[in-house]
Design a protein around this ligand. Structure first.
Ligand code: LRH
Ligand code: MN
Ligand code: MN
Length: 424
């Protein structure tokens, strides 16, 4: 299905008087609202192809129906999101869950929805039918060279898919590690991983980036070979200028200071991108901003400060992606919520009084530092985000529109109640 423009306009018309009042107030209380609005219009967050169905659970999956049955339908779903919020203009593909059959047709379909192809994701954490070696004991770290070679070749294959689609980055997340002490020689595992990544790196086209994602634990519960930002940073540094660290918010040990990690990686020019989600305990893959919105704001605060200090374009210098999947929510509603939370945190970070903060830090005025940050965080920026969306042709209230026009019911009618999308 497609959402016709006139229906969004009709919906916006109904809500415009209330919005205008709120926007006038919000705009009058911030410095340079026009430049903020332009930044928001430019900011796009990629949707992963594996987030459009229910998932992220080792236990039962409870489909709400109408899940996309093919890559084409996944693109269509992201097109719906983008039509409503105008901030989801990219798709992050996972191979082999979403292998394109006809590149030209897939590219044309994505373009029709205003979508580009963001980072490609490889998968050496599951065995595929017909595959010679098994990843049971790791992939790029494996003691057997032929399994490492197989993992490298898969990644090179993913790069080729990406090249055909116009993507320019590869995200490598490895489940490699060990479950019991003594199972693995840490140094050998790290060196094997580095050597394998070097082979993939050598196959990267000139304008491509490689994102090395880390994760503290799961599926391995004793050690993970790329377990934290230090290990990822070490690999990215050894690999070369096209390799960067990717920060997935759910991949840290509890209470890690992610904003500090972000600040230092940015400072070193090694921050590549993000997988946004939220969590209470570990890699929960919950809706971004649903548990720790202040942390999300603090991360964006470091991003804005660090990117401005280095003269980096906010919208294009880093890879912005969501990595979350849901079992109890309609995935499309959940993604609308995640994108909204990201836009709100970004906007609040743009409001931080930078000179005031630097001055207060210099004077060790701890109270004023906190006040400045919280002043921005407690500002209701929803009307600014809504105005940016309106100007870009989206709906004033994407979720409101989605529910009012019963999008999910229509998808169920088209696709059926018992569909299951490929994914985690
Ligand atoms: C597993 C994971 C990881 C990857 C994705 C493909 O933790 O969620 O974050 O990016 O699978
Ligand atoms: Mn991830
Ligand atoms: Mn994860």
């Amino acid at each position: 299905m497609q959402i016709e423009k006139y229906r969004i306009e009709e919906f916006n018309h109904l809500h415009s008087a209330a919005h205008e009042r709120k926007f006038a107030f919000a705009a009058s209380s911030v410095k340079d609202p026009e430049s903020i609005l332009q930044k928001l219009i430019d900011f796009q967050i990629a949707i992963p192809s594996w987030a459009l169905g229910t998932g992220a659970t080792r236990f039962g999956r409870f489909s709400g129906g109408g899940e996309p049955r093919s890559l084409e339908e996944k693109i269509e779903d992201i097109g719906l999101l983008h039509a409503l919020n105008r901030s989801s203009g990219a798709i992050s593909l996972h191979i082999p869950w979403d292998i394109p059959q006809d590149y030209a047709a897939i590219k044309a379909l994505a373009a029709q929805h205003g979508l580009r192809f963001d980072a490609m994701n490889s998968n050496t954490f599951q065995d595929q039918p017909g595959q010679a070696g098994s990843y049971k004991f790791g992939s790029m770290q494996h003691v057997d060279k032929s399994v490492r070679r197989q993992a490298v070749e898969h990644n090179i294959d993913v790069i080729k898919h990406g090249m055909a689609l116009g993507s320019n980055s590869l995200t490598v997340w490895l489940a490699d590690g060990s479950c019991f002490p003594g199972q693995l020689n840490f140094r050998k595992a790290f060196r094997n991983t580095l050597e394998s990544l070097e082979e993939v790196y050598a196959a990267l086209p000139e304008n491509w980036k490689m994102y090395v994602e880390y994760k503290a634990f799961e599926p391995n519960f004793y050690s993970t070979t790329i377990g934290d930002w230090g290990q990822s940073y070490l690999l990215a540094s050894k690999l070369g200028p096209k390799a960067y660290t990717l920060v997935d918010l759910g991949h840290h040990l509890p209470n890690a200071n992610i904003e500090q990690i972000v600040a230092l990686l940015l400072m070193e020019g090694k921050l590549g991108g993000f997988h946004f989600n939220d969590s209470k305990y570990a890699d929960d893959d919950l809706t971004t901003g649903s548990i720790k919105p202040y942390q999300l704001f603090l991360i964006f605060n470091e991003l804005v400060e660090g990117m401005d200090a280095r003269g980096m374009e906010h919208a294009t210098s880093l890879g912005w992606m969501i990595d979350a999947a849901h079992n109890v929510k309609d995935p499309l509603e959940d993604l609308l919520q995640s994108v909204e939370a990201i836009m709100l945190a970004y906007t609040q970070a743009l409001l931080v009084n930078r000179e005031g903060l630097a001055e207060a830090q210099q004077e060790n005025d701890v109270v004023r530092c906190q006040e400045i940050l919280q002043e921005a965080f407690r500002t209701d920026v929803r009307p600014l985000v809504a105005e940016a969306r309106l100007r870009a042709g989206g709906a004033l209230a994407p979720l409101g529109f989605y529910r009012k026009s019963r999008v999910r019911d229509q998808l169920v009618q088209e696709r059926g109640l018992k569909t299951v999308a490929s994914g985690l």
